[in-house]
Design a binder for this molecule. Sequence first.
Ligand code: 7PJ
Length: 356
Amino acid sequence: MQNIIDISNALISPKALSFGREANELVKLGKACYLRGQNVAFSAVDLMSSNARKTIDIALLKELAKEHAKTDELETRLSVFAKPVVDFAGFDLSTPLIMGIVNFTPDSFSDGGDYNNLSDAVSRAISMVEAGAKIIDIGGESTRPGAAKVSVEEEIKRTIPLIAELANRGIKTSIDTRYALVMEEALKHGANVINDINALRDEGALEVASKYDVPVILMHMQGTPDNMQKNPHYDNVCAEVYAFLADRVKACKQAGIKRNNLCIDLGIGFGKNLEHNIELISNHGLFAEFGLPMLLGVSRKSYISHICGDVAPKERVAGSLASLIPAWDLGVDIVRVHDVKETMQAMQVWHKLRFA
Ligand code: 7PJ
């Protein structure tokens, strides 16, 4: 018991959420703490250390902090959880933002080959924007396990014309790539955001992000797309993903990238089995302690099949939407999705039910 209550060495995962008026009343009574603004509050936490985990309510958490002379430390940490994250890349995050996915690849697992010529891809992007997407994520390399290798030149050839065309039409884009050369070409042709599943670990990637002074999405991945699903292993998946992201945020700072240009992503399905994915989504609130925007990518991913039995990617819309509800509750700001219209409807209904 003693070691898990060492608040200094434990992650705090918000639990027992309340919303709207209930949240305000519980906070007033000192029974709950705000999570990212004054719409959501948590009345309990899971304290997670490297080897133990315990659910305790807020009153007990405060009592324990007091006993160990850590009241100030706890208050400081809770104030980070309470702070709203208001924008990313110039987008207002007061309601969750929808990023539409256009994979410009012949072999993407989820929409493979559907949008493999420029005019189809442009139409797809336009219809996503009409359905409520604020930004279109464009990828030219399929990162599913076993996907065919694509050269950087090919990736550039696939993505740049689409980025340039959307930029011409005033549509914001992110470039989904691991490679510094692709990032730089995309930025030169009007891409607004770097979305990197490799968290700027490619040689030169930190420098490109710093030089162009653009927003960056840093995603966690264990291994590489080739080997990541072979036997993913963690002693404590939340703690390890947290430590990885903390390390990448630090590397960005050292490279001169502004903190307000960063967004974090837990990398669902990237070197993770079903249990890992569920653990991360259920504890997404603990990542709010970064005080950074949080993006979640669950759309049509295979863990849905691992729960529901074998269903084709295009049949995973309902499972994708169901995954977003707890994530939005826990403060996820941006969702990366294939099904924009359906996600928009789910988001509007979720928002109304929670905060009306
Ligand atoms: C993600 C991504 C994700 C971010 C892909 C797929 C596989 N970028 N790129 N987050 N997934 N930031 O489309 O499901 O989860 S490619």
